[in-house]
Design a protein around this ligand. Structure first.
Ligand code: TRP
Length: 464
């Protein structure tokens, strides 16, 4: 007999864990830099529209499939598709999710590990010292730090150990407990940093940049990038929300939860932007539109402000905490597959899968050192200036997540019966007044929008 499946302690537990999954490097790192690349205001609006029109409906679909079956992705699709056209093939969507989780995690953990090192550097005062000269810091990051296999592998493994330990202790005792501690701290640090940023001279310009849309700068590429990012940041398209939904009680409203998680995720991404653009504007320096600004430019700017050591340390702790609750959800998808499908115990599943991913990640970590430039990482033969994160991002945002998301939307809209989906959305909620709207979005709008991303990738018009 497999051991009993875990469950969240209640609504708050679920919301915290799911928000923890959603809020991660995507919010604190990727969103600010793509907003910067895409010139602010109009891009932010399009992104918010993508969250509402595509993100929230797909999140509802994932959670409802998970809770209905109380199974992880592979089993969930297999069960629901049993007597439908295409039947067993649908469990492939679940497998795709497991592969995606494995891949994303093996990169994500390397980057997440950097935050541990930078927290240490900040606390010791060394970071601020180096940051006095932008070139010194740039050289340190791009050269010494990335080239140090010891550092890259060490911090990656440390982060994997933290991740695996949380998942090891189960849904309530591990995942939820960590989220309950880290999420409030994360929020508090963000609020402190936002208040801090209002006192900087660049604050007004940051607000202007973010919230005054100029549609003349918007390209088709920005629209697709906003859409792709909505997937990544909401942890959609690979069954993470589905898995978390499978531990959810029947007394919780799915539409309301999806709305709250998405709103929190977006607010926090915007707060991260306010902080970063305020300090960047304050420094009055030309900032390159690069994905590495978090570890190169940002400390340079912090260094010029009062309280630099502490503020910088807090900043990296914030990113590390956000990343940890996300890596936990990625590992949970892979582990729950082994638990549900292979009949392994949770302990065996997490330790085995955690170790396998850690080993795969070591290769990624070492590939950074193989050449001392960031563009060295080139897993799939595509020159990627954003390096390791870019490659991971390329695979995830362009292939795994859109394809997974498209299939999940098609499944919820066309394969799963209207009765079943209505019933599940109403469980714990009562009558869902916008049900027809949801159904329209999930049947037509979401597949078309996500299909557009996939088509543009296939045609080679990558949007990044
Ligand atoms: N959403 C997280 C972020 O923004 C990353 C993440 C965690 C994720 N779990 C996921 C992305 C599942 C896609 C699918 O950093």
């Amino acid at each position: 007999m497999p051991e009993s499946r875990g469950q969240w302690s209640g609504r708050i537990g679920f919301i915290l864990a799911a928000t923890g999954s959603a809020i991660g490097l995507g919010n604190l790192w990727k969103f600010p830099y793509i907003t910067h690349e895409n010139d602010g205001g109009a891009f932010v609006l399009v992104y918010i529209a993508a969250v509402i029109v595509v993100g929230i409906p797909i999140m509802m679909a994932e959670i409802l499939v998970g809770r209905r079956t109380q199974l992880s992705p592979v089993g969930a699709f297999r069960t629901l598709a049993q007597d439908r056209p295409g039947g067993g093939l649908w469990s492939g969507v679940g497998f795709l999710g497991v592969v995606a989780g494995f891949t994303i995690l093996s990169y994500y953990c390397v980057v997440a590990g950097w935050t541990i090192h930078y927290t240490g550097l900040a606390l010791s005062g060394r970071l601020v010292e180096m940051a006095g000269d932008a070139h010194v810091l740039q050289d340190y990051f791009g050269g010494e730090f990335l080239a140090s296999g010891k550092h890259q592998v060490g911090y990656h493994l440390l982060f994997m150990v933290l991740t695996t330990s949380a998942v090891y202790f189960g849904v309530k005792g591990g995942i939820e407990r960590v989220a309950r501690i880290l999420m409030p701290v994360l929020f508090l640090i963000l609020v402190v940093l936002v208040i801090y940023s209002t006192t900087t001279p660049g604050f007004a310009a940051a607000i202007d940049f973010l919230f005054r849309p100029d549609f003349s700068t918007l390209t088709k590429g920005s629209v697709l990038e906003a859409l792709g990012h909505a997937f990544f940041t909401l942890s959609l398209g690979m069954g993470a929300m589905l898995t978390y939904g499978s531990y959810m009680g029947r007394d919780i409203s799915i539409p309301r939860a999806a709305l709250q998680i998405s709103a929190l995720d977006t607010v926090i991404a915007l707060m991260a932007c306010v902080i970063m653009f305020s300090i960047i504007n304050s420094a009055n320096i030309e900032v390159s539109k690069s994905s590495t600004i978090l570890f190169t430019t940002i400390p340079t700017v912090f260094a010029k402000l009062p309280g630099a050591n502490l503020i910088t340390a807090m900043f990296y702790i914030l990113i590390g905490f956000a990343a940890l609750t996300s890596t936990i959800s990625l590992l949970e998808v892979v582990s729950s597959f082994a638990i549900d499908e292979l009949g392994w115990s949770r302990r065996r599943a997490t330790v085995t899968m955690g170790t396998a991913i850690a080993i795969f990640g070591v290769l990624n970590a070492l590939s950074l050192g193989a050449s001392s430039t960031l563009s060295a990482v080139n897993l799939i033969g595509r020159e990627s200036t954003a390096g390791i994160f870019g490659t991971m991002d390329y695979l995830a945002s362009n292939w795994f997540l859109p394809v997974g998301g498209l299939l999940i939307a098609l499944f919820a809209g066309w394969v799963l019966g209207v009765r079943a989906s209505r019933e599940e959305l109403e469980t714990g909620h009562g009558e869902v007044s916008g049900f027809q709207v949801w159904r329209f979005l999930i049947r037509f709008v979401a597949p078309l929008a996500v299909g557009a991303i996939i088509v543009s990738v296939i045609l080679g018009k990558e949007y990044q």
